[in-house]
Design a protein around this ligand. Sequence first.
Ligand code: ATP
Ligand SMILES: Cc1cn([C@H]2C[C@H](O)[C@@H](COP(=O)(O)O)O2)c(=O)[nH]c1=O
Length: 219
Amino acid sequence: MKRDGIVKGKFISFEGPDGAGKTTALNKVVTDLTPVLKDKLVVTREPGGNRISEAIRHIILDRKNTEMDDRTEALLYAAARRQHIVETIQPALDENKLVLCDRYIDSSVAYQGAGRQIGTTEVYQMNLFATGGLLPNLTIYFDVPSEVGLQRIMTHRTDEINRLDVEQLSFHQRVRKSYLEIAKAQPQRIKVIDATKSKDQVVQDVEKIIYAANQEFFN
Ligand SMILES: Nc1ncnc2c1ncn2[C@@H]1O[C@H](COP(=O)(O)OP(=O)(O)OP(=O)(O)O)[C@@H](O)[C@H]1O
Ligand SMILES: Cc1cn([C@H]2C[C@H](O)[C@@H](COP(=O)(O)O)O2)c(=O)[nH]c1=O
């Protein structure tokens, strides 16, 4: 991102349906990149990343909150995002850092816009207000069939199943379809990887994309 003629930091988001393997791959990428980038690397997640946004996360994902309205949910994700940008993402970019973020605006478009059927344009517009138009320089989209993602979660991660994980298969299928549409519409920003491959292969694919797009951090 360029401001005042100075090259500033880079913002990379990791996106995908539940159980696609984003967090698993992100953890390995961070292990690999930290010795090289040291404090130039900032790793964060949505919803969350700071005290207020993590508190909002807790409210949104709590399985007891069954009465939460769909628009309330969309607004809470956007509010958490706003606080995350102000406290974490923008300051890191201003310090010329490489920011890796587990989920960002595309999650809201896919989950609330398409999954909850509020409308992808409406949710995107609302998020433009929340983000002031800040988009990632690069988004890595982990594509898996919904059945595969859900199966992974139900088999391995039963302790962390949240309010959205337990939605019907049709909800998750709308989410994936929407992600694929966003990726098709924005090929410059969004790189799609086949997340049904082995964990090692997925990490290799992700690192190849990150190196290619961020040469200035690795020279
Ligand atoms: N490539 C892979 N092949 C098989 N299993 C995988 C792969 N990647 C991750 N997993 C397993 O799938 C489960 C979900 O992975 P992970 O939590 O990384 O997904 P996620 O995309 O972050 O999901 P969510 O968005 O729901 O948090 C974990 O048990 C993980 O070990
Ligand atoms: C940012 C964001 C997230 N979600 C959903 C997607 C997941 O089901 C949860 C987050 O859990 P994870 O284990 O950290 O992936 O929240 C969403 O619906 N909308 C959003 O904007």
